[in-house]
Design a protein around this ligand. Structure first.
Ligand SMILES: [Zn+2]
Length: 133
C-alpha cells in the first residue's frame, strides 16, 4: 500500500474508534485519537528509504533499513505496543490513536497482494500476509 492509502485508512480507523469510544462512554478525545491515528498510520514505512517518511527522515530510515530490513520491526506488534505505550505517557487518547494507526498500517500491508508479508511477531522472522508471493 502507498502513503495515501495508509493515512486514509488511519484517519478512518481514528474516526471509527472515536465514535465507538463515545458510543460506549469511554470518553476518548476524538481529536486526540484521530489525528495521531492518521499520522501514525504512515510511521511503519519509515524503515524504507524510498517511502514518504523515509525520504524526509533519510538518516533514520537508512539506519532502520540496514538494521532490520523492510516490513520487520516497524511492522510488528512489538513496535505497535511500544509506540502506543510511549505515546500513552502523553495522553491515553494519543497512545490509543498511535497504536491503532500503526495496527491499521500493518493490517493493510498484510492485505497487499503479491507482497512478502510482514514480520508481525518480530523478532520471530516468520512473515504473515493474506496474498503473499
Ligand atoms: Zn508498510
Amino acid at each position: 500500500m502507498n502513503y495515501a492509502a495508509h493515512v486514509t485508512a488511519g484517519a478512518a480507523a481514528g474516526i471509527g474508534i472515536s465514535y465507538a469510544s463515545l458510543r460506549f462512554h469511554y470518553n476518548l478525545s476524538p481529536v486526540l485519537v484521530t489525528v495521531p491515528c492518521f499520522l501514525a498510520a504512515a510511521l511503519p514505512d519509515i524503515d524504507h528509504p524510498k517511502s514518504h517518511l523515509g525520504r524526509r527522515f533519510r538518516f533514520l530510515s537508512k539506519t532502520l533499513f540496514k538494521a532490520f530490513g523492510h516490513r520487520t520491526f516497524t511492522h510488528s506488534l512489538l513496535f505497535c505496543f511500544l509506540m502506543g505505550y510511549l505515546f500513552m505517557q502523553l495522553h491515553t487518547s494519543v497512545g490509543i490513536g498511535v497504536f491503532c494507526g500503526i495496527l491499521s498500517h500493518i493490517l493493510l500491508d498484510m492485505l497487499t497482494p503479491f507482497s512478502k508479508g510482514v514480520a508481525l511477531l518480530y523478532p520471530i522472522k516468520k512473515r504473515f500476509g493474506i496474498f503473499m508471493s
